[in-house]
Unconditional design. Structure first.
Length: 249
């Protein structure tokens, strides 16, 4: 369980960075927009700093073009999980910028945060690959035979998971549901472990459709900047789910 939580927390940053990089950047007046696990809209950009000049950052975007990030008096900075300042960043750093577009490939930053390096992204992807089917299952529900769900995972492997009396069910981040609320075709993220060769989830989250689509575009990455199941945002510990557990029916 602890391993799955660590992996999910690591993926939060990696997948948000990858998702923001994949957003369109060539439409005037529009920023890079994404919706988090709970449907919250993310506006901003991601890229590598190419220039720092006064209160302005130039960043190399996914399409190779250069974007401009303007720093305001109330812009917040985060680096290594801690509060930071502009002087803590340097040319070559990968960053995620949350803020509103003020023109073509131009943003005014609310938050500037450190993005993962390519090596970190590769490491996180490998962790997800290693955990898939063992401590986590991510994919589309193919069939339902309570208390079992057969899932076509994001890596193409079909796996059956079997809920027990301790399994909790949620939709999005905050909505508590029961197993009968899950439908064939839903995309789920399940945390748990193998018991006698069967994956037994401690928690099953149904992913909202838009987030599921983005997840698949990103090769199975689940989490966005402000998203993820409750208690799995980066830097937080899982919250207790007392009173949220639902027995499979």
């Amino acid at each position: 369980m602890k391993s799955a939580i660590r992996i999910a927390m690591s993926l939060a940053l990696a997948c948000s960075f990858a998702a923001a990089q994949q957003a369109p950047t060539d439409q005037p007046g529009q920023g890079q927009e994404r919706r988090g696990f709970g449907g919250r809209e993310f506006r901003g950009a991601a890229g590598q700093i190419t220039e720092i000049s006064g209160s302005t950052l130039k960043i190399k975007l996914r399409d190779g073009s250069i974007g401009t990030v303007n720093i305001a008096s109330d812009t917040r900075f985060r680096k290594a999980g801690q509060q930071a300042q502009l002087s803590d960043f340097k040319v070559g750093d990968n960053v995620m910028v949350r803020g509103d577009s003020t023109g073509d490939k131009t943003w005014i930053a609310q938050v500037v945060g450190e993005g993962p390096s390519q090596a970190q992204l590769q490491e996180m992807q490998q962790r997800m690959k290693d955990a898939m089917g063992k401590t986590m299952v991510v994919g589309d529900v193919k069939s339902i035979d309570p208390p079992k769900l057969t899932v076509t995972r994001t890596d193409g492997v079909e796996q059956t998971i079997e809920a027990d009396e301790n399994t909790s069910f949620r939709k999005g981040r905050d909505e508590s549901i029961t197993m009968p609320d899950i439908k064939v075709g839903d995309t789920i993220f399940a945390r748990g472990e193998l018991k006698n060769g069967t994956f037994v989830p401690t928690a099953v989250n149904v992913v909202p459709p838009e987030m599921a689509r983005r997840m698949k575009e990103n090769g199975g990455g689940m989490f966005m900047m402000d998203g993820g199941p409750r208690g799995q945002r980066q830097g937080q510990q899982p919250q207790a789910e007392s009173g949220q557990q639902t027995q499979p029916k």
